[in-house]
Design a protein around this ligand. Structure first.
Ligand code: PEP
Ligand code: MG
Length: 748
């Protein structure tokens, strides 16, 4: 049957193309298609079920079942065999349908006389649009070839649906990409924004899924794959200095480009009548379906690589580049599967918001989005398949939602929210130049956290009194190679110029744990957060740290310089790091470089151990900054990246606040300046409690300074402290409720 059937399959597609070319509205087309398939496959029934909404499938056309059932018969996702195909994205092929698990027959269709059933999903890029079904009276199982042919037809149907072929009067299907869709996402950067979709990678549109000359199509495919292979080899040749991870990705690309299985499947698809691009997309869809079920991280990454490679191949075949000629909207909201930090920086502040299908809270793109204060949500499932360039979209970074083509009610509620935020911004702007003095007269110092050039404009805009934490590793993270000393020096000098005399605390490289440099050999550590990171790397391999210290001294060029070492867990580490600083200063002096007019060297307190360091440490260190993000994760033994445990322990937990208070007291005894620079400093309620525990300097994201200052100016810290003490005495675990009760009285 093999070869014979393949010819039939081609013929079926050729006739399908004729049907598609004929005039007529969507329903007539679908009716003709089901008749055609039934006839070509010599089977009594052929039906098309399409999604009516996200959970309901509707019989939209049939040859063989009762005509009255069309547009009447509906089933929920997962219901019956059709619902099962739709839910799982996997075919069902059985000679005895009633015996099949989950079978449910629809009496109005008259299908009780049919025993054999085969259903395949109508899918496009991992998204299921419906189900194509054939049925017959005699109890036979459809052959592999027949199923394959059905899949090919289903793929063409999906492609046609995407192009709007089944839309019309009495439409079986509403036009694609027109309905409102809400995506539940994970929040990364707060804020709300309205704008229009800008797809980072516009979709390739396939207008010719069917081809009648397989020889020519095979040639086209081979040429395109060759083109791709040469391109990948070239990338490999130039990327050899780009680090192990990049090489690994490219090697995987090469592996797929040479993969016989991948090629063979695409050639078979062509043999059955698909065009080269449709064959690529069919395999891409299959990979995406597998991807949605894969939990293994390695496998997921490889399937992603295959997906990327298919996109490249589609661009080569169709000649559709990234440039589609479309203009970027004035209010772009970037929609992408994922994006690298450098690409995001290229877009810069022009973006109103960002919605990604993937990514992680600690990713480099997230770091950049935070620096640019652009609302960012991630894990928006399938949004790149659903959204079209220019669609209206709203990003809610506070609640983790994206509303694509929103309904009027959502739109107006969202606009109200944006307006309220704008009002609050006005209030913050009005207190920007005022000192942060609480109602009880306590002067607080509010500084900002930074790390990228993109942060610098916020130094003026936010009212920050300086930079309390400059995360120098961000400059290393957003590059594909190690920056040079002179590059770093120029950059730090630029930062100091922009600070116009305000204090900038440069933290030396804090890599390891969640901050992995693509161009450095990865460490296979069972517990990276507890592993070889930050100052530990700096002291064991001092080359980079020395280079960085030199760059900082040269950047200061006779101006004051403040340097802070991350993740100091014991006194000795601080002493060694400080000694490195002295040595570097001496070397620079000998080399004739100007020495900073004054130097402060501090330590970050990020592990509980340092809070118990000998008094000598507190006397010697010039300042301490509490890195609350790390300190909290070690205090509670709860991974800061793990959503499940991260939120379990409140910062306003009595034990944690008591611990912070003890650090404040130790610093008081030795008059060691103390600040707090973890994320909690930027949360108004938390900031008030930190102040109540005796902290006087807080460093936070620039956008948090307004809200924090505004609340601090209203509170009496003595009352907050009394509330905290009372809650602690009562044995409460968190003081949040007690503090909130007091704060609420301030609004009245
Ligand atoms: C911290 O741990 O609180 C901190 C400020 O450092 P990072 O978040 O960069 O680890
Ligand atoms: Mg830290």
């Amino acid at each position: 049957m093999g070869d014979n059937f393949q010819t039939d399959s081609r013929q079926m597609l050729a006739r399908l193309r004729e049907v598609m070319a004929e005039d007529g509205h969507g329903q007539a087309r679908l009716d003709r298609i089901t008749a055609l398939i039934a006839q070509e496959m010599r089977t009594e029934v052929c039906s098309v079920y399409l999604f009516r909404d996200a959970d309901t499938l509707e019989l939209c056309a049939t040859e063989g079942l009762k005509a009255e059932a069309v547009h009447q018969t509906r089933m929920r996702l997962g219901e019956g065999l059709v619902g099962r195909v739709a839910r799982t994205g996997k075919q069902v092929n059985t000679a005895d349908a009633p015996k099949e698990h989950g079978f449910r027959y629809m009496p109005e269709t008259g299908e009780e006389i049919y025993s054999a059933f085969a259903g395949v999903p109508i899918q496009r890029l991992g998204e299921t649009l419906g189900v194509l079904v054939v049925q017959s009276k005699n109890a036979r199982k459809y052959s592999e070839d027949e199923i394959y042919a059905l899949e090919v037809v289903a793929m063409v149907l999906a492609e046609m649906a995407e192009l709007g072929a089944f839309v019309g009067d009495n439409a079986p299907m509403t036009a694609r990409h027109t309905k409102p869709v809400m995506f539940r996402c994970t929040c990364v950067q707060e804020g709300a924004a309205e704008g229009h979709v800008w797809l980072h990678e516009p979709r390739v549109v396939i207008t010719n899924p069917i081809a009648d000359d397989p020889v020519k199509e095979r040639e086209r495919l081979h040429e395109a794959v060759e083109h791709l292979r040469v391109g990948v080899d070239k990338m490999l040749a130039t990327a050899s200095q780009g680090g192990a991870e990049q090489l690994e990705v490219l090697e995987t690309y090469r592996m797929f480009a040479n993969s016989k299985g991948w090629m063979r499947r695409m050639e078979e698809d062509i043999e059955r009548g698909l065009s080269a691009e449709a064959a690529v997309e069919k395999e891409q869809t299959a990979a995406r379906t597998r991807l949605s079920g894969a939990t293994d991280q390695y496998l997921r990454e490889r399937l992603h690589d295959l997906d990327d490679l298919s996109n490249r191949l589609l661009r080569i075949l169709t000649g559709q580049g990234k440039e589609t000629g479309a203009d970027i909207p004035a209010d772009p909201i970037l929609v992408a599967r994922n994006i690298g930090p450098a690409e995001l920086l290229d877009y810069g502040r022009s973006l109103r918001g960002i919605v990604l299908e993937e990514g992680s809270v600690g990713s480099h793109a997230a770091i950049v989005a935070r620096a640019l204060a652009i609302p960012l949500v991630i894990h928006a499932n399938n949004i790149t398949t659903e959204a079209l360039n220019g669609d209206l979209i709203m990003v809610d970074g506070d609640n983790g939602m994206a509303h694509l083509r929103p309904e009027e009610t959502v739109l107006s509620a969202f606009r109200d929210k944006i307006a309220m935020q704008a009002q609050a911004q006005e209030v913050y702007a009005s207190i920007r130049e005022k000192p942060a003095i609480t109602k009880c007269g306590t002067r607080m110092t509010l500084t900002m956290n930074a790390g990228l050039m993109a942060d610098l404009p916020s130094l003026e805009g936010s009212g920050a009194e300086g930079v309390g934490l400059f995360r120098t590793e961000l400059q290393f993270l957003v590059r594909s190679r190690m920056p040079t000393r002179s590059e770093l020096s120029a950059l730090y000098s630029h930062v100091l110029d922009n600070a116009k005399g305000k204090r900038v605390v440069f933290r030396t490289l804090d890599i390891g744990s969640d901050k992995v440099l693509s161009y450095m050999k990865p460490n296979d550590e069972p517990n990276p957060a507890l592993g070889w990171r930050a100052i530990r790397v700096g002291l064991d391999k001092p080359g980079v740290m020395r280079m960085q210290l030199q760059a900082l001294i040269r950047a200061a060029n006779g101006r004051p310089l403040t340097v802070m070492f991350p993740f100091v867990a014991q006194y000795e580490e601080y002493r060694q790091a400080r000694a490195e600083m002295e040595k570097t200063l001496e070397r620079e002096r000998i080399l004739g470089h100007p020495i900073p007019s004054c130097i402060e060297v501090g330590a970050m307190l990020e592990t509980p151990s340092l809070a118990f360091a000998p008094r000598r440490f507190f006397e010697e260190v010039e300042f301490i900054s509490i890195g609350g993000n790390d300190l909290k994760q070690f205090f509670f033994a709860a991974d800061r990246e793990n959503e499940r445990v991260r939120k379990r322990y409140d910062t306003l937990n009595v034990s944690f606040l008591t611990f912070l208070q003890s650090i404040v007291e130790r610093c008081k005894e030795t008059e060691t300046p103390l600040s707090f620079c973890g994320e909690d400093a930027g949360r108004p309620v938390e900031a008030v409690c930190l102040a109540a525990m005796g902290l006087r300097a807080l460093s936070m994201r620039p956008a948090s300074i307004g809200p924090v200052k505004s609340l601090l100016m209203k509170v009496d810290l003595r009352v907050v402290r009394a509330e905290i003490e009372r809650a602690a005495e009562d044995g409460e675990q968190s003081v949040r409720a007690a503090v909130m009760k007091y704060l609420k009285t301030l609004d009245k």
